[in-house]
Design a protein around this ligand. Structure first.
Ligand code: TEU
Ligand code: CA
Length: 449
C-alpha cells in the first residue's frame, strides 16, 4: 500500500452533519456529504470515535468497542457509509482508543466489583504516585469499595489499560480484526506511545510523563498488533498519535523494516505558542522555533514517515493561530496549506480547514463543551486568574475551537435543530457553498495537492 501519496480528511462526527435534526452530527450525515469529499480529492476519511460512550470526552471514553453509539446511528448506517465510501474509492480510517477505556466499560465495571481478572485489565494500586493527569489534577482516582486507586492519564472516567497483561492485548487485537473484517481500511491509534507502563514511582522532576511516554515495551506491542491484524492486508494504512515523543522514536515507529506503524503525528510544531511549555497560557507564536521544528523533522525522519497536519479535533484553528483572519483570510489559508503540504509526508486535512474555518471566541464558560477546557477553567480560576485572562487563554487554546459545527452554507446548514455546540456566526461568509461557488478560494487547494 503506498500511503505516501494519499490525503486523509479528518471528521469529528458530532460536528460534521446532522441527518436527523437532533443537533448532533451522525453517520448518515457523513454519507450525505461523500460527493463533496470526493470532489476535494481525498483518499481516506478518519472518523474520530463513535463507539458506545458516555461522551465525557466526546467518544474518547469508549464503553463498547464493538457497537456504535445510538446518537451516531446504527450498524446498518455504518455498512451504508462503508459501501458508499468504497463506491467513491475512499477508505474509512477508524480511531482506536487503546490506552484507556471508559469507566463505564463492562471490563471496568467488573473490576469495580472486585473480579481480579478485570482488575488486572487496569492499574489498581494501594498507593498512588504523584503523576498528574493531562486534563488536570492527580492521575489516580480513589475507589472506596476497593480501598485502591486506579490510573487515568486523562479524565477520571478514562481508566488506563494494562498492556502488560496478554489478555488485554488479545482483546484489543480481536477488536481490530472485527473492524478489519467489516471493511475498515485505516486505523489511527490514540496516544499509542503511552501504552507501555511498568514502573510506578513518584516523579521528582516532572508530572510522571517520563515513566510512561515511549515506554520500554512500546515497539514489541506495536509489532504484536501489526503482525496479528493489519499486516496481513496490503490496503490498510496506520498512523499513531504520539504524545511528547522524539524524532528518534518516530523513525523507529515508522521504519517499514520494524513492522510497527506507517506514520506518526507529533505535536512539537503546535507548541510554539506555549509560554514556558505550558498549554494554558497565551503568547505570540515563535516563528523561528516553528521553522526550526519543521526543518528538523523534515531532515530527521529519513527512515520513517510524517503525518502532516496543522489542525485536528484537539487543536485551535491554525488560520486563527498562525494567520491573519481579519485582513488576509483566504491568503492565510493558502499560505498555511502551502507551507504544510509541500513538505515530505502524508497530509491530513481537518474538517473545515479547507474553507478556512476559524476559532470561535466564546465569552462564557457555558458555551464550552470540552472536558479539558472546563477542567482548566476551574483550575485557573482557583489559582486566582481573572475571568478575562482565563477567557483569553480559552479562546486561544481550547479544543472546542475545532469542534464548532461544520459550516455548509450561510445559515450554517449543519442541523435544523440547535447544535450540541454553538455554530460560529461567521458561517455567513465562511462556508462550503461560498467556496464551491468561488473556485479561487482555498477549498480547491486539496485537489491540486
Ligand atoms: O489526545 C491526546 C492529546 O495529546 C491531547 O488531547 C492533549 O494531550 C490534550 O489536548 C492536552 O494538551 C487524544 C485525543 O486526540 C483526544 O481527543 C483525547 O481527549 C485524548 O487523547 C484522550 O483519549
Ligand atoms: Ca443527528
Amino acid at each position: 500500500m503506498n500511503f505516501k501519496d494519499k490525503i486523509v480528511y479528518e471528521i469529528y462526527p458530532k460536528s460534521f452533519k446532522d441527518s436527523n435534526n437532533d443537533g448532533i452530527g451522525d453517520l448518515k450525515g457523513i454519507t450525505s456529504k461523500l460527493d463533496y469529499l470526493k470532489l476535494l480529492g481525498i483518499n481516506y476519511i478518519w472518523i474520530t470515535p463513535f463507539f458506545v460512550s458516555p461522551q465525557n470526552d466526546n467518544g474518547y471514553d469508549v464503553a463498547d468497542y464493538y457497537h456504535i453509539d445510538p446518537i451516531y446511528g446504527t450498524m446498518d448506517d455504518l455498512d451504508e457509509l462503508i459501501k458508499e465510501s468504497d463506491n467513491r474509492n475512499i477508505g474509512l480510517m477508524f480511531d482506536m482508543v487503546f490506552n484507556h477505556t471508559s469507566t463505564s466499560h463492562s471490563w471496568f465495571q467488573r473490576a469495580l466489583k472486585g473480579e481480579q481478572k478485570y482488575k488486572d485489565y487496569y492499574f489498581f494500586r494501594k498507593e498512588p504516585t504523584n503523576w498528574q493527569s493531562k486534563f488536570g489534577g492527580s492521575a489516580w482516582e480513589y475507589v472506596e469499595e476497593l480501598n485502591e486507586y486506579y490510573l487515568h492519564l486523562f479524565d477520571k472516567t478514562q481508566a488506563d489499560l494494562n498492556w502488560e497483561n496478554p489478555n488485554v492485548r488479545a482483546e484489543l487485537i480481536k477488536i481490530l480484526n472485527f473492524w478489519i473484517d467489516k471493511g475498515i481500511k485505516g486505523f489511527r491509534f490514540d496516544v499509542i506511545n503511552l501504552i507501555s507502563k511498568d514502573a510506578f514511582e513518584d516523579d521528582d522532576i516532572g508530572v510522571g510523563k517520563r515513566f510512561y511516554t515511549d515506554g520500554r515495551k512500546i515497539n514489541q506491542y506495536l509489532r504484536g498488533i501489526n503482525q496479528q491484524s493489519f499486516e496481513k492486508y496490503d490496503d490498510i494504512i496506520t498512523v499513531g498519535e504520539m504524545s511528547s515523543t522524539t524524532i528518534e522514536n518516530c523513525n523507529i515507529y515508522t521504519n517499514p523494516d520494524n513492522h510497527e506503524l506507517n506514520m506518526t503525528f507529533n505535536f512539537h510544531h503546535l507548541k510554539v505558542d506555549y509560554q514556558n511549555k505550558e498549554k494554558w497560557t497565551t503568547m505570540p507564536f515563535d516563528f523561528r522555533e516553528l521553522k526550526d521544528i519543521f526543518n528538523k523533522w523534515q531532515l530527521g525522519m529519513n527512515d520513517g514517515w510524517n503525518a502532516l497536519f496543522w489542525n485536528c479535533h484537539d487543536q485551535p484553528r491554525s488560520i486563527s493561530r498562525f494567520g491573519n483572519v481579519t485582513k488576509y483570510h483566504d491568503e492565510s489559508a493558502k499560505m498555511l496549506a502551502t507551507a504544510m503540504h509541500m513538505q515530505r509526508g502524508t497530509p491530513y486535512i481537518y474538517q473545515g480547514e479547507e474553507i478556512g474555518m476559524t476559532n470561535n471566541y466564546f465569552t462564557d464558560i457555558k458555551q464550552y463543551r470540552d472536558v479539558e477546557s472546563i477542567n482548566y477553567y476551574h483550575i485557573l480560576k482557583n489559582q486566582g486568574m481573572s475571568e478575562n485572562k482565563i477567557h483569553e487563554i480559552l479562546q486561544a487554546k481550547s479544543r472546542d475551537n475545532a469542534r464548532s459545527p461544520m459550516q455548509w452554507n450561510k445559515n450554517g446548514g449543519f442541523s435544523d435543530n440547535t447544535p450540541w455546540i454553538q455554530m460560529n456566526s461567521n458561517c455567513k461568509n465562511i462556508n462550503v457553498e461560498n467556496n464551491l461557488n468561488n473556485p479561487t478560494l482555498s477549498s480547491i487547494i486539496i485537489k491540486n495537492l
